[in-house]
Write a protein that binds this ligand. Structure first.
Ligand SMILES: NC(=O)c1ccc[n+]([C@@H]2O[C@H](COP(=O)([O-])OP(=O)(O)OC[C@H]3O[C@@H](n4cnc5c(N)ncnc54)[C@H](O)[C@@H]3O)[C@@H](O)[C@H]2O)c1
Length: 124
């Protein structure tokens, strides 16, 4: 399937890479260009056993891409995962502003039926 994962952090990078390893075509989206440039050069910003190798293999086999172009990724994808951060406020609540930003961007880009999966922490 064609999948995009929006937010390429601890959760998004692992989810995206594992979905690519399972044979899906995956675009990992982030708005941090420095992180994306590192990933495109094979520099992995987090430690997760085996992750570097899986990224290398799936990038070289053209199943895993890194981009900041959310619109194109959403248009091409059947499933979009939201995996942006939800930093904890002083009262312990999750700040949902990045989730809302991404939800709005998906809404502006959507061009047909999509499944939207939220992996970010949100209240029930
Ligand atoms: N880390 C975990 O083990 C874990 C486990 C379960 C749930 N979660 C939840 O998953 C979510 C993500 O956690 P994480 O640890 O991966 O966070 P993270 O900070 O490592 O990654 C979030 C990424 O989202 C990107 N981002 C932010 N706004 C964006 C936008 N508008 N467009 C594109 N990219 C954007 C950031 O640049 C960053 O790379 C959080 O809600 C967290 O609570 C995390």
């Amino acid at each position: 399937m064609k999948v995009c994962v929006i937010g390429t952090g601890y959760v998004g990078l692992v989810v995206g890479t594992c979905l690519a390893e399972m044979g899906n075509d995956v675009i990992c989206i982030d708005n941090n260009e420095a992180k994306l440039n590192d990933l495109k050069r094979g520099i992995v910003p987090i430690y997760e056993p085996g992750l570097d190798e899986l990224i290398k293999v799936n990038v070289s086999e053209n199943r895993l891409f890194f981009s900041s172009d959310l619109k194109t990724a959403v248009e091409k994808s059947e499933i979009c995962f939201i995996a942006v951060g939800t930093p904890q406020g002083e009262d312990g609540s999750a700040d949902l502003k990045y989730v809302y930003q991404v939800a709005e961007s998906i809404g502006e880009s959507i061009n047909g039926y999509k499944v939207i999966v939220d992996k970010s922490t949100v209240p029930v």
